[in-house]
Write a protein that binds this ligand. Structure first.
Ligand code: GDP
Length: 209
């Protein structure tokens, strides 16, 4: 890993961002992907700053977790949300790929809860926003070990549908990757990220991911 002065992001040509609600397993996922520990604070969701990992001219950026944060005031949630949106808008040129980590078994219940309050569920809003910015997005559906095998395909179909992709979800395996970050099984998502790097003619970066 090349040393770069903290905060100096000159010479970065390609960036991959990681977004997700607090507690979905985003840190676990990044740790599995890179071998690096990313969580800074002890309390989930309290960190406001993006956290960077730099390899060559590739930047991996762990965005603060959005949505639910225990013990954090609503105002702070809005700040986190606005910061992420602004960061993505400002860096959309070099952000080629986003990984949206979601909590597979909890996704539908949370989305329904937001719907009942007439709010767009934040995961879904983020996915649509990334699409609008033209950022290719991998949806890492995490914690699949907590989904009963008899309900697995239905749950995955529901998630796909809520994100605007017609079921069956298996049509969308170029976007949707079921993972179990806790167990270290993130291969489907890793493959998708690697495919983006390959298509961008950056096979030299595959060794980092
Ligand atoms: P973050 O707040 O999104 O960065 O989430 P963390 O990586 O800190 O994980 C939050 C909690 O979810 C921790 O207790 C993890 O052990 C747990 N977790 C992460 N991935 C998985 C998974 O695939 N399955 C299960 N069952 N738990 C997970």
């Amino acid at each position: 890993m090349k040393k770069r002065k903290k905060g100096n992001l000159e010479g970065i040509n390609l960036e991959i961002v990681f977004v997700g609600r607090s507690n979905v397993g985003k840190s676990s996922f990044i740790r599995e992907l890179t071998g690096k520990k990313v969580k800074v604070g002890k309390r989930p969701g309290v960190t406001l700053k993006p956290h960077h990992i730099n390899y060559s001219d590739l930047l991996l950026t762990d965005m603060p977790g959005f949505g639910f944060m225990s013990g954090v005031k609503d105002r702070k949630k809005d700040i986190v949300h606005d910061k992420i949106v602004r960061y993505l808008e400002n860096n959309a040129k070099r952000v080629k790929v986003a990984v949206l980590v979601i909590d597979g078994p909890a996704f539908m219940e949370i989305a329904d809860r937001w719907d009942r309050r007439d709010e767009i569920p934040i995961d879904i809003e983020m996915f649509e926003f990334l699409n609008e910015l033209g950022i290719d997005t991998v949806v890492a559906v995490n914690k699949i070990d907590k989904i009963k095998s008899s309900e697995y395909n239905q749950t995955m179909d529901n998630i796909a549908e809520r994100l605007g992709m017609n079921p069956p979800w298996k049509q969308w395996t170029d976007i949707i990757a079921p993972v179990n970050a806790k167990k270290g099984d993130i291969q489907s998502a890793r493959k998708l990220i690697q495919t983006y790097l390959h298509n961008a003619k950056r096979d030299d970066l595959l060794k980092y991911i």
